[in-house]
Design a protein around this ligand. Structure first.
Ligand code: NA7
Length: 304
């Protein structure tokens, strides 16, 4: 029987994900704190709820994708939160990247309502969300995962089971540390070469012909070369994920020295007002320090 979905959070990621579920013909009830963002969904055929509780009331599956731990706690446990109305036997799938500790606590609250909670953060940015090609990293009860697969298959091309509650988030934080560091070091290296007069296309060809080749750099370099930092994934959220990774490292008693430094570079870029740009804008932090710009066709002086 077709499942009914409550969908909470219609930001850069949530909008296209919810739209894919509506287009797939599922019964979807959406909620977003800022109601205007629900309008495109209403036009596409979704029901619009005025609270998370209303979105969850009839749902077999409740999807959440909001900014951070505080936001998930608010939509789950706050006034008119989804845990007030969630049905016994339903599954809550939280695709926000939040603290694994908070996520496990919320899973206990859900269990108190005879509902299952899966942490299911995603990678693939808004492009993958629009194409229905996200990769999900999932923690929690494998039986609950099986029950929600008929919904998740419309959103992703890969669904990787990582282990008990919190394991999906632990995987996501490690993956984002690597992604954040790769783009940060891309900025350092390309600015250093630009200062020495190397054309960015030449360095890109060198890097992509070597074992340092990276799909991420393939994707990001053209945007950096055009100076286009419209957000696929915002710098402030990448900084949040680095903070969460350090918190997780503390809890696990492991050392992540490179991640600690990379986090501070993102913090500095955010403090400069770059938080709402794509996280690749971290490159401009190094451009401004060095007085050169990494742009296609040339390594331009800062006055360019
Ligand atoms: P966006 O585009 O910044 O969207 C954030 C969403 O979270 C948006 O719908 C917000 O509602 C919502 N939000 C934020 N705070 C709250 C609170 N307190 N209560 C309810 N809703 C809230 O982020 P992305 O879509 O790029 O990313 C979402 C998650 O996926 C994040 O964890 C990433 O790390 C991965 P608003 O429209 O502002 O009212």
């Amino acid at each position: 029987m077709e499942q009914s979905v409550g969908f909470i959070g219609l930001g850069l990621m949530g909008q296209p994900m919810a739209l894919n579920l509506v287009r797939a013909g599922l019964h979807v009830t959406v909620y977003n704190r800022t109601p205007e963002k629900a309008e495109p969904l209403a036009r596409a055929g979704a029901k619009v709820a005025s609270s998370p509780a209303e979105a969850a009331r009839e749902a077999d599956v409740v999807m959440i994708i909001v900014s951070d731990s505080a936001a998930v706690e608010e939509v789950a446990l706050g006034k008119n939160g989804l845990l007030e109305t969630v049905r016994p036997g339903s599954v809550i799938v939280d695709s926000s990247t939040i603290s694994p500790v908070v996520s496990r606590r919320l899973a206990c609250h859900a269990a108190g309502k005879q509902a299952s909670w899966l942490d299911a953060p995603v990678t693939g940015s808004k492009h993958g969300a629009a194409q229905g090609e996200l990769t999900f990293m999932i923690g929690g009860d494998p039986g609950a995962l099986e029950r929600v697969m008929p919904v998740l298959r419309f959103l992703g091309k890969k669904h990787i089971y990582c282990g008990r509650n919190g394991a999906g988030l632990a995987a996501k934080l490690s993956q984002n540390v690597m992604q954040a560091a790769m783009v940060e070091v891309f900025g350092e290296a390309f600015v250093a070469a630009a200062k020495a007069g190397v054309k960015p296309e030449a360095l890109l060809e060198v890097v992509q012909s070597s074992l340092a080749r990276s799909g991420l750099i393939d994707f990001k370099a053209p945007f950096v070369f055009r100076g286009d930092f419209s957000p696929y994934f915002s710098l402030k959220l990448m900084h949040k994920d680095l903070e969460l990774a350090m918190e997780q490292a503390y809890v696990q008693n492991v050392s992540m020295p490179a991640a600690a430094v990379v986090k501070e570079v993102y913090a500095a870029a955010k403090a400069q007002g770059k938080g709402d740009l794509d996280y690749a804008a971290v490159v401009t932090f190094f451009e401004e320090l060095a007085g050169v710009k990494v742009r296609g066709g040339q390594a331009a002086g800062s006055g360019a």
